[in-house]
Design a protein around this ligand. Sequence first.
Ligand SMILES: [Cu+2]
Length: 128
Amino acid sequence: MGLSSILKAAVAICLTVFLTACATNQGSGNSGYGSDTNLEAEEANNEVTVTIKNFVFEPALIKVSAGDTLVFVNEDTAPHTATDVGGVFDTGNIASGESGRITIADAGTYEYFCEIHPNMKGRIVVVE
Ligand SMILES: [Cu+2]
């Protein structure tokens, strides 16, 4: 009798925590995709940051693994892009203080530049 009551109470608490976690998850929704499948995929791969500051990609040369997410963080006041010369990826305009994300699926060497300031250049080496 006593044990049964404790079990019921424990189940009730677990259920409450579970439902609260779900509600919080849906509330944030900042990825815009929000499915569990996507969240798992993000956790499985690394996130590598390239900072854009004083009109320079830092580091300008970076080595990542296929499937990694590259996050371009714009610390300038001007907007920038990270645009692949070969058209494989393009962050589009990244406003001041914002960031842009890309993922490259295939190994290779990728030269990129800023469409707004074409003298800004970088290189990404993607390995398997
Ligand atoms: Cu730029």
